[in-house]
Write a protein that binds this ligand. Sequence first.
Ligand code: BTN
Length: 253
Amino acid sequence: DPFAQSGQIGACFLHLPSVPSTNRVIADLGRRDYPTGTVVVADHQTEGRGKGERVWVSNPGDSLCLSILLRPRRPIAELAQATLVAAVGVREGLSYTGLDARIKWPNDLLVDGRKICGILCELVTTPEGDPDFLIVGIGLNVRTPPLPDDLPDRVTSVSAEVGADASRFALLSHVLSALDVWFGRWEDRGFDPIRRAWLSHSCTIGRRVSLDCGASTVTGIATDMGADGSLGIRDEGGVCHRFHFGETSFPAP
Ligand code: BTN
């Protein structure tokens, strides 16, 4: 239903040549009352950040680095779902290139097992500690893999996959309109349509995964995604676990 588009995402748009991190720029704009849907795109990041305090390295112009400010109308308890909404939206935006990316819980996009896009969602709180707004940061590999040659088989890019030079501008516009549709659906109809889309494009459910949740690692079969977006894992001793955050990987057999 293309008419679900709210028109909010990208209505306020900044394109900057070089910034430390687009997520940090959005954090500043959010505190300065910029509207929901504000987008910052940078050609280069000097201090790009990934999940788990890792760095996100990209060559200038070779990846699409953007962040979105969101003030969702959903209850605070549901905000972990935003990260899954973002994965579904970026995946759909990318599909116009012919790529059928799969989602690794919660939100990495993979093509034939290689990462093509990473998403870093952050919740910003008020000085009093109340939820204020969300930052959705997206790093999409457009031309060359952003990591050095010592990890050649773990990352890929749109150009590497489709064999042509991908236009960053066309990708950006498809990704933003798909995100607008999917965040609009989430706000209007809740998580159920997002969950169905996520499941139909996932490469996680039914697979053997390891989940790193900071303190410990659980390895087992990913059994399901809960109605709230959580991941169920049955470990090798048959014990079922449920996770609301963390990072999954596919361990060697
Ligand atoms: C991951 O580790 O998979 C998440 C990577 C997120 C990278 C993007 S690039 C735009 C935005 N700004 C950042 O500093 N990080 C995110």
